[in-house]
Design a protein around this ligand. Structure first.
Ligand code: RB5
Length: 149
Protein backbone atom coordinates (compact mmCIF):
# COMPACT_ATOMS: atom_id res chain seq x y z
CA UNK A 1 0.00 0.00 0.00
CA UNK A 2 1.43 3.37 -0.97
CA UNK A 3 0.90 6.62 0.90
CA UNK A 4 -0.95 7.97 -2.14
CA UNK A 5 -3.79 5.52 -1.47
CA UNK A 6 -4.57 6.80 2.04
CA UNK A 7 -7.87 8.60 2.54
CA UNK A 8 -9.58 10.01 5.63
CA UNK A 9 -13.32 9.71 6.25
CA UNK A 10 -15.43 11.55 8.80
CA UNK A 11 -19.04 12.57 9.32
CA UNK A 12 -21.51 13.73 11.88
CA UNK A 13 -24.34 11.62 13.31
CA UNK A 14 -26.57 12.24 10.27
CA UNK A 15 -24.31 10.31 7.90
CA UNK A 16 -22.87 7.37 9.76
CA UNK A 17 -24.43 4.70 7.55
CA UNK A 18 -23.39 6.49 4.38
CA UNK A 19 -19.87 6.89 5.73
CA UNK A 20 -19.62 3.21 6.56
CA UNK A 21 -20.85 2.32 3.07
CA UNK A 22 -18.24 4.63 1.53
CA UNK A 23 -15.53 3.12 3.74
CA UNK A 24 -16.35 -0.45 2.70
CA UNK A 25 -16.65 0.57 -0.95
CA UNK A 26 -13.28 2.26 -1.24
CA UNK A 27 -11.45 -0.21 1.00
CA UNK A 28 -12.51 -2.87 -1.52
CA UNK A 29 -10.77 -0.75 -4.19
CA UNK A 30 -7.47 -0.85 -2.29
CA UNK A 31 -7.64 2.46 -0.47
CA UNK A 32 -6.24 2.57 3.04
CA UNK A 33 -9.20 4.10 4.87
CA UNK A 34 -8.59 6.22 7.94
CA UNK A 35 -12.09 6.42 9.38
CA UNK A 36 -12.01 8.89 12.26
CA UNK A 37 -15.65 8.43 13.22
CA UNK A 38 -17.84 9.07 15.02
CA UNK A 39 -19.08 5.54 15.59
CA UNK A 40 -22.37 6.19 17.42
CA UNK A 41 -25.51 7.93 16.25
CA UNK A 42 -25.38 10.32 19.21
CA UNK A 43 -25.91 13.91 18.12
CA UNK A 44 -22.62 15.68 17.52
CA UNK A 45 -21.24 18.87 15.96
CA UNK A 46 -20.17 18.64 12.32
CA UNK A 47 -17.52 21.44 12.46
CA UNK A 48 -15.16 19.43 14.66
CA UNK A 49 -15.42 16.38 12.40
CA UNK A 50 -14.85 18.45 9.28
CA UNK A 51 -11.85 20.11 10.86
CA UNK A 52 -10.36 16.83 12.09
CA UNK A 53 -10.55 15.25 8.64
CA UNK A 54 -9.24 18.40 6.96
CA UNK A 55 -6.20 18.49 9.24
CA UNK A 56 -5.30 14.94 8.19
CA UNK A 57 -5.30 16.05 4.56
CA UNK A 58 -3.61 19.41 5.15
CA UNK A 59 -0.79 17.74 7.11
CA UNK A 60 -0.17 15.24 4.31
CA UNK A 61 -1.10 12.26 6.50
CA UNK A 62 -3.85 11.47 3.97
CA UNK A 63 -3.89 12.36 0.28
CA UNK A 64 -7.65 12.87 0.11
CA UNK A 65 -10.66 13.12 2.39
CA UNK A 66 -14.37 12.39 2.20
CA UNK A 67 -16.67 14.00 4.74
CA UNK A 68 -20.40 13.75 5.19
CA UNK A 69 -23.20 15.37 7.15
CA UNK A 70 -26.93 15.76 6.55
CA UNK A 71 -26.54 18.15 3.63
CA UNK A 72 -22.78 17.99 3.18
CA UNK A 73 -22.77 21.76 3.47
CA UNK A 74 -21.88 22.48 7.08
CA UNK A 75 -19.03 20.01 7.30
CA UNK A 76 -17.69 21.31 3.97
CA UNK A 77 -17.71 24.89 5.29
CA UNK A 78 -15.70 23.81 8.32
CA UNK A 79 -13.18 21.81 6.27
CA UNK A 80 -12.59 24.71 3.89
CA UNK A 81 -11.49 26.89 6.82
CA UNK A 82 -8.38 24.73 7.16
CA UNK A 83 -5.42 26.05 5.15
CA UNK A 84 -4.72 23.99 2.06
CA UNK A 85 -8.15 22.40 1.82
CA UNK A 86 -10.30 22.57 -1.29
CA UNK A 87 -13.53 20.74 -0.56
CA UNK A 88 -16.72 20.69 -2.61
CA UNK A 89 -20.20 19.31 -1.94
CA UNK A 90 -21.36 17.10 -4.79
CA UNK A 91 -24.78 15.71 -5.57
CA UNK A 92 -23.85 14.50 -9.07
CA UNK A 93 -20.98 12.63 -10.68
CA UNK A 94 -20.13 15.38 -13.19
CA UNK A 95 -19.35 17.85 -10.41
CA UNK A 96 -17.39 15.20 -8.53
CA UNK A 97 -15.15 14.71 -11.57
CA UNK A 98 -14.83 18.42 -12.26
CA UNK A 99 -13.84 19.47 -8.75
CA UNK A 100 -10.73 17.36 -9.19
CA UNK A 101 -10.03 18.03 -12.88
CA UNK A 102 -10.46 21.81 -12.64
CA UNK A 103 -10.31 22.74 -8.96
CA UNK A 104 -7.82 20.13 -7.68
CA UNK A 105 -10.16 19.41 -4.78
CA UNK A 106 -8.54 17.33 -2.07
CA UNK A 107 -11.78 16.68 -0.20
CA UNK A 108 -15.30 15.67 -1.19
CA UNK A 109 -18.37 16.37 0.91
CA UNK A 110 -21.63 14.44 0.66
CA UNK A 111 -25.10 15.01 2.10
CA UNK A 112 -26.57 11.80 3.45
CA UNK A 113 -30.04 13.37 3.56
CA UNK A 114 -29.69 14.54 -0.03
CA UNK A 115 -28.22 11.65 -1.99
CA UNK A 116 -28.98 7.96 -1.54
CA UNK A 117 -26.23 5.49 -0.79
CA UNK A 118 -25.99 4.21 -4.37
CA UNK A 119 -25.55 7.68 -5.84
CA UNK A 120 -23.12 8.60 -3.08
CA UNK A 121 -20.88 5.68 -4.05
CA UNK A 122 -21.02 6.66 -7.73
CA UNK A 123 -20.05 10.22 -6.76
CA UNK A 124 -17.14 8.88 -4.73
CA UNK A 125 -15.99 6.76 -7.68
CA UNK A 126 -16.12 9.75 -10.03
CA UNK A 127 -14.13 11.86 -7.55
CA UNK A 128 -11.45 9.23 -7.00
CA UNK A 129 -11.05 8.36 -10.68
CA UNK A 130 -10.50 11.96 -11.80
CA UNK A 131 -7.13 13.72 -12.00
CA UNK A 132 -6.24 17.41 -11.91
CA UNK A 133 -5.71 18.71 -15.45
CA UNK A 134 -3.29 21.50 -14.53
CA UNK A 135 -2.63 24.04 -17.28
CA UNK A 136 -4.90 27.07 -17.09
CA UNK A 137 -6.61 25.51 -14.08
CA UNK A 138 -3.35 25.56 -12.13
CA UNK A 139 -3.29 29.36 -12.30
CA UNK A 140 -6.79 29.51 -10.87
CA UNK A 141 -6.06 26.99 -8.13
CA UNK A 142 -2.98 29.03 -7.19
CA UNK A 143 -5.32 32.03 -6.85
CA UNK A 144 -7.49 30.01 -4.46
CA UNK A 145 -4.42 28.97 -2.48
CA UNK A 146 -3.37 32.62 -2.21
CA UNK A 147 -6.62 33.31 -0.36
CA UNK A 148 -5.42 30.98 2.41
CA UNK A 149 -3.19 33.79 3.59
C1 RB5 B 1 -27.56 17.93 11.63
O1 RB5 B 1 -28.91 17.96 12.02
C2 RB5 B 1 -27.36 18.74 10.37
O2 RB5 B 1 -27.52 20.10 10.65
C3 RB5 B 1 -26.00 18.47 9.77
O3 RB5 B 1 -25.87 17.11 9.53
C4 RB5 B 1 -25.68 19.14 8.45
O4 RB5 B 1 -26.71 18.96 7.53
C5 RB5 B 1 -25.24 20.55 8.54
O5 RB5 B 1 -24.83 21.16 7.53
Amino acid sequence: MTASKRIVLSSDHAAIQHRQAVAAHIAAQGWEVVDIGPTTAESTHYPKHGEAAARRVASGDCQLGIILCGTGQGIMMAANKVKGIRCGVCTDTFSARMIREHNDANMLSLGARVVGEGLALDIVDAFLAARFEGGRHATRVEMIKALDG
